[in-house]
Design a protein. Structure first.
Length: 385
């Protein structure tokens, strides 16, 4: 009797090498062309979000181009009003920066004084009294800093001037080169960002044409699969973005109510900022705590109020993350935690902070494509929960 053993698929070394090279080239392309790809991804997400609104306007017998223009204009107007409101609140915050600076100096001095007292008490406990009487305790860092601030320059009495110490430093980067590099990167971001409204408008107004042309690239039954994948990605993006927006509004409302109750300065700005920052994956909690703590420096002196702020923000963050997020967002994305963590690391490394925000929708879109393509369904199950 002979036993049949299944044979594993074999890959030629040349084919494996080409696969590795293609993957490396794709990574390099995503990294060096990140500004372009980030702009396109943001435009596609916005277009998917606004497409149902355009469809609703088209039911009023408006042409798609006119409906797209109206929807984009309303979105830009809402964005402008939101930016104007944030600018108004932020301008008041900038005017209060001297007060924040003074309060920070006072807090640093208080902490230094407390550290001095602790150091003196430790010195008195550790060192015997007979040695304390013979040798005075060395000056503390806070006393040294106060002596330096209070020291005055000696008058010029004709004594020979001391020769200043000369130190050799490496030649710094020219200022113009640094400024040019900074402005160049900022200019590239602004330039690509200015294309987003136009990209969104053309994606909405030419959606039917682009969809038909894209489907014609695939023969036979492939068109149906691609069409289902298109709709799956669109539904997933809408569900994810709308779910995060609803959850962010809930956190912003609860945070603003708490900040208003404790009379926190600039609570209309700090509340929404803290609420939406809480949704940033993995680093949302510290980011949500920082704005109210900074705003409280102008009025609060007791450390207990800062502890209370941190505790309340942490409770809201953990409640939203563990109870509300799985029901509002997680039930529609269907990504397992390991894949989410790896996606955050991957896209965060390639695209920085914006990569952390786009990692989950991009990965969920890839999963939606894999779920509708027969040969890729195994990868879809691997990414799923």
């Amino acid at each position: 009797m002979s036993t049949l053993t299944p044979s594993l698929p074999t890959h030629k070394p040349g084919q494996a090498s080409l696969t590795v090279l293609a993957f490396a080239a794709s990574i390099a392309l995503l990294y060096y062309g990140r500004i372009f790809f980030i702009t396109m991804v943001i435009a596609v997400i916005i277009a998917f979000l606004l497409d149902p609104v355009v469809t609703a306007f088209m039911k009023m017998r408006l042409p798609r181009a006119v409906a797209s223009f109206i929807v984009c204009s309303i979105a830009l107007l809402g964005l402008y009003l939101l930016g104007f409101g944030l600018y108004t609140e932020f301008s008041g915050f900038v005017e209060a920066l001297p007060v924040y600076s003074q309060r920070m100096n006072d807090m640093v001095d208080n902490v230094a004084t407390q550290m001095d007292q602790i150091e003196k008490r430790t010195y008195q406990i550790v060192v015997p009294k007979r040695f304390q009487e013979q040798q005075p305790s060395p000056p503390t860092p806070a006393e040294t800093a106060r002596r330096k601030r209070s020291a005055k320059p000696l008058p010029d009495n004709g004594s020979p001037a001391t020769i200043p110490e000369v130190r050799i430093h490496a030649e710094p980067t020219p200022l113009l080169t640094y400024v040019y590099g900074y402005l160049r990167s900022f200019y590239d971001v602004v330039l690509m960002g200015s294309f987003v409204p136009f990209l969104v408008y053309f994606m909405l107004s030419w959606r039917d044409h682009m969809r038909r042309s894209f489907l014609y690239l695939f023969p036979g039954t492939g068109r149906q699969i691609v069409g289902k994948s298109w709709e799956g990605v669109a539904d997933m993006v809408r569900a994810y973005m709308i779910g995060n927006f609803v959850l962010g509004v809930m956190l912003a409302a609860l945070s603003s109510s708490f900040f208003f109750a404790i009379k926190l300065p600039y609570w209309p700005l700090i509340g929404p900022l803290s609420g939406f920052l809480s949704l940033v994956p993995y680093v949302g909690l510290p980011l949500a705590i920082i704005p109210p703590v900074i705003a409280g420096l102008i009025v609060y002196t007791q450390p207990t109020i800062y502890v209370m702020i941190a505790v309340v923000v942490a409770i809201l963050h953990l409640t939203a993350l563990n109870f509300l997020y799985p029901k509002v967002v997680g039930s529609r994305v269907h990504l397992n935690p390991l894949v989410v963590t790896v996606a955050l690391m991957f896209w965060g490394t390639l695209w920085g902070g914006i990569g952390l925000l786009l990692a989950i929708p991009i990965t969920a879109g890839i999963k939606a494509v894999c779920d509708n393509v027969g040969s890729l369904q195994a990868f879809g199950k691997l990414l799923g929960d």
